[in-house]
Design a protein around this ligand. Structure first.
Ligand code: MTE
Ligand code: HPA
Ligand code: MOS
Length: 762
């Protein structure tokens, strides 16, 4: 399959026209029967304590609720935690965070339901919430035990190093701010079964939890996800509770029930990116080569474990970024506080880990008065090097990309220009930074790296494509359709993309870890090749020819040099009683990881990229702006370049938001103050740099055997935005000749920039 028919083409997103015309159907667009019921959630007004009494009578009488449920109305399991325990669907005793769901009501419409919630009377015994990460660290308040990763002898290497610096870095969390909030519609079916339409990255886990909550079997529950209006990790575990509540009401009332959270409720009740605090000591030589590191990585996990074990693991896996750490002592702490439980967010802890790698480089550069890029370059992994977790580095692509980008973007001459600019500009300062990304691809929990597919060819020649992945805007569906089109050499319009459904393809993993195309693509290829094989067998027999006489080409099947319409052959195959439906399966080979020893090969391969960002900072007001960005990113043999570039642009801007303007604030009572888009600022079109050059690395097939030698692209580009934060730090550092690291916390909001500027004067 050398000449590509469909794979590698820049097809627009399969729903692009529907998206822009407003015709794409999201869960909230599903037409409901007149008697459908709408959910509102009653949640805790305090962050820590106990419920003393609950009077919910008036929710119905005065408030107009039709049904009200509390924990005791749950027929089955009350805990909907994904991996460990501790996430109650509804609580009736302990309160662990402000916004914790206590009861739910349904009414004839959403506004009535929301109003009815206000009629509840709940008395609490309040306790002082634990909100501060440092305080929680002192108390050793953890959701999971600490976990370490070691290589070489860090202490010895640091002690004997010519130079040694220590520091700390606080990094804020991030709200997913998907355009479409959490939403599920539950439809009761005959015989106590249920169908749920859910905006969900993880339909199988939701099917599992709905079954457990309702005391049903998984086979009684069908979860359907056509598309999400964005997810970004926020619908890996956080979509399930609302599906469970809708399902519970639907079965109890035998009515269709919709649970759609209002934006503020969504922001209060669902988990976010973990805030982190890093503490580090690094020993290095005169050139800036890192000799040893001692890293303490602490994540604010909120009140429960959720996915935090794996998220902090991924932070630990990425605190080296692209730099060789021969002697490292890395400890990861999963800190418990009285906030909502933090969860997956694009990069899954990787971005926070990578920030540590980059701040250490920046500190070393500052200390030695050298350009940070040169420090990066001398610390790059070389082929054959081994990571602190035991994985061998098989390529130096990270270094090649950085060098190529430095050249393309004229990094060195622009850096000099900026130096001159800064000498002549006392107040407005500029900064430039080039940072690499090396991101491990695979679920770090090995069993999750599996996928399934189901393809039907109908006897008119149209093709029905099903697989375990979900569409959240990333372009998974079009890429997978291109794979089918490639196998049969047919036009894309022949392939009908369907909603992901748990009754079509079972036991799927969430669409996460950027692995959607990698694993579902292989499963789809597997199914398509099975069908092709059956077709070949049929043709050989029917036309009395050799397999080598058969060519699939341009919607035709050429048999012994004679053109046949694809549809005709399919019809004939059907008439000859050929099975035209096949399942496909894939499990990622080679990967393994022994968590007890913290050694193995958790990643199938690495995705690489680099970005140069140039910024301007007003050092009197703290305002900053990205002036120019150049990105070179590796998507292997891209299956769809235009989709991949969209992922890179979007990921970078989303990362820029995380590191510059998105500032989550909780008040002293543990209430989220930034609970709507007016107080929580995501980037807008105006924040996109005026010069924004995004290129895919050319002629770079993945050396690992992935689907058509492509590379995963969903999450890695978010981390390209670390260059923005580093450039801001560079701009601030031009104010002083100090060797001391700049105390810039993330996000680099105007407030935090001013703090860093004022700290220089101390
Ligand atoms: N792109 C869009 N448009 N919307 C999203 O919600 N989620 C990101 C990324 N890109 C997301 C997105 C995250 S967190 C992941 S893990 C991947 O897409 C998941 O899809 P993939 O594995 O198919 O790349
Ligand atoms: N990435 C994203 N989601 C996950 C992972 C991961 O590595 N592990 C479990 N869920
Ligand atoms: Mo993405 S955070 O792995 O859903």
């Amino acid at each position: 399959m050398n000449k590509r028919y469909s794979v590698g083409k820049s097809n627009k997103h399969d729903s692009a026209d529907l998206h822009v015309s407003g015709e794409a159907r999201y869960v909230d667009d599903i037409h409901l029967p007149k008697d459908a019921l709408h959910v509102a959630i009653g949640y805790s007004a305090i962050a820590c304590g106990e419920i003393l009494s609950m009077d919910l009578q008036s929710c119905k009488k005065g408030g107009g609720a039709i049904d009200v449920i509390t924990a005791s109305d749950i027929p089955g399991k009350q805990d909907v935690a994904p991996v460990f325990s501790g996430d109650l669907l509804l609580t009736d005793k302990r309160i662990d965070y402000h916004g914790q769901p206590i009861f739910a009501v349904v009414a004839k419409d959403y506004n009535t339901a929301k109003r009815a919630v206000g009629f509840a009377k709940i008395e609490y015994k309040e306790e002082t919430p634990l909100l501060d990460l440092d305080e929680a660290l002192d108390q050793e308040s953890y959701v999971r035990p600490p976990h370490g990763m070691r290589c070489g002898n860090a202490q010895k290497a640091i002690d004997s190093a010519p130079h040694k610096i220590s520091g700390s870095l606080e990094i804020g969390g991030q709200d997913h701010l998907y355009l479409e909030g959490q939403v599920s519609v539950a439809i009761p079916e005959e015989d106590n079964r249920i169908t749920i339409h859910s905006s969900n990255q993880n339909p199988t886990e939701t099917q599992h939890l709905v079954a457990e909550v309702l005391n049903l079997s998984m086979a009684d529950v069908n979860v359907v996800t056509r598309r999400m209006g964005g997810a970004f990790g926020g619908k890996e575990t956080q979509a399930a509770p609302w599906a469970c509540i809708a399902a519970l009401f639907a079965i109890r009332n035998q009515r269709v029930v919709k649970c759609r959270l209002g934006r503020e409720d969504d922001m209060r009740m669902t988990g976010k990116r973990h805030p982190f605090k890093h503490e580090y000591t690094v020993g290095f030589d005169n050139k800036g080569k890192i000799l040893g590191v001692d890293y303490k990585i602490a994540a604010d996990c909120g009140h429960s474990a959720d996915l935090s074990d794996a998220i902090v693991d991924r932070a630990m896996f990425h605190c080296d970024n692209a730099y060789s750490l021969v002697n490292a002592n890395i400890i990861g702490l999963r800190v418990k506080t009285n906030t909502v439980s933090h969860t997956a967010f694009r990069g899954f802890g990787g971005p926070q880990g990578m920030m540590l790698a980059e701040v250490v480089i920046e500190d070393i550069a500052q200390y030695l008065s050298k350009d940070a890029l040169s420090i990066r370059q001398i610390n790059f992994y070389k082929q054959g090097d081994i990571t602190p977790y035991g994985q061998t580095i098989e390529s130096e692509q990270h270094a090649e990309i950085v060098n190529a980008l430095a050249e393309q973007s004229k990094y060195e001459s622009r850096r000099k220009q900026i130096e001159t600019f800064n000498q002549n500009s006392p107040m407005i300062k500029r900064g430039i930074s080039l940072t690499p990304v090396k991101f491990g691809i695979s679920f770090t929990v090995a069993y999750m790296n599996q996928a399934g597919a189901l393809i039907h060819i109908y006897h008119d020649g149209s093709i029905h494509l099903n697989h375990g992945g979900t569409e959240m805007g990333q372009g998974l569906m079009i890429k997978l359709a291109q794979i089918v089109a490639e196998v049969f050499q047919v036009n894309l319009d022949k392939i009908k993309i369907n909603a992901t459904q748990t009754d079509k393809v079972p036991n799927t993993s969430p669409t996460a870890a950027s692995s959607g195309t990698d694993i579902n693509g292989m499963a789809v290829l597997n199914a398509a090749l099975k069908l092709k094989k059956r077709l070949l067998k049929f043709i050989v027999k029917e036309f009395d020819c050799d397999e080598s006489d058969i060519v699939f080409e341009n919607n035709k099947i050429i048999i012994a040099n004679k053109n046949n319409d694809f549809n005709n052959i399919i019809k004939q195959a059907y008439m000859a009683r050929t099975s035209l439906s096949a399942t496909g399966f894939y499990k990622t080979p080679q990967i393994h990881y022994d968590r007890v020893k913290a050694k193995g090969q958790p990643f199938f391969y690495y995705a690489n990229g680099a970005a140069v960002s140039e910024v301007e900072v007003n050092t009197l007001t703290g305002e900053s702006k990205v002036l120019r960005t150049d990105i070179l990113h590796d998507a292997g043999n891209s299956i769809n370049p235009v989709i991949d570039i969209g992922q890179i642009e979007g990921g970078y801007i989303q990362g820029m938001g995380w590191l510059t303007s998105e500032d989550l604030k909780w008040d002293q009572m543990g209430r989220l103050s930034s609970a709507n888009p007016a107080t929580y600022k995501i980037p807008t079109a105006h924040d996109v740099p005026d010069i924004f050059n995004v290129k895919l690395l050319q002629d770079a097939p993945n050396i690992t055997n992935t689907i058509f030698r492509s590379k995963a692209v969903g999450e890695p580009p978010l981390m390209l935005a670390i260059s923005v934060w580093c450039a801001i730090r560079q701009a601030i550092s031009s104010l002083s000749d100090s060797k001391k690291g700049i105390k810039l916390e993330a996000p680099a909001t105007p407030e935090n920039i001013m703090k860093a500027v004022l700290d220089l004067e101390k």
